[in-house]
Write a protein that binds this ligand. Structure first.
Ligand code: ZN
Length: 126
């Protein structure tokens, strides 16, 4: 399978991915800064409700950080696919990913069919 995307379309996706990557890296920096603030605070917890709040804050930070790291990894692998010339092809079935899907989500690695199947598989194993 070859990709039907034109060079200028691929270039536009690359630009978009690089922009996204920069934005995500800034968000990770922010996450890390907030996490440092939270864990650097002297614990002034007076009751279990406050303790729970602090734990929730911390968990939200960790979650946000791990989500952003995942998105960065997706961005990087999409950029790798651009370099390899396989951007726009489903990593599972090698069919072309719908252009509308790529436009909505340039990091998409799978076509909508494989993505749906993948998510179902994840749900079953969870
Ligand atoms: Zn597929």
């Amino acid at each position: 399978m070859t990709v039907n995307l034109t060079l200028s379309e691929v270039a536009a996706f690359k630009k978009e991915l690089l922009r996204l990557l920069e934005q995500l890296r800034a968000e990770v920096d922010e996450d890390l800064e907030q996490q440092a603030n939270i864990s650097g605070q002297v614990p002034e917890v007076h009751d279990s409700a406050e303790e729970a709040d602090a734990a929730v804050d911390f968990m939200l930070q960790v979650e946000s950080l791990s989500r952003h790291s995942e998105e960065i990894a997706e961005c990087l692998s999409a950029l790798e696919r651009i370099e390899a010339g396989s951007f726009g092809l489903c990593t599972d079935c090698d069919e072309e990913i719908e252009l509308s899907r790529l436009k909505a989500c340039p990091t998409a690695a799978r076509c909508i069919r494989c993505q749906t199947r993948h998510e179902h598989a994840l749900q079953k194993s969870a």
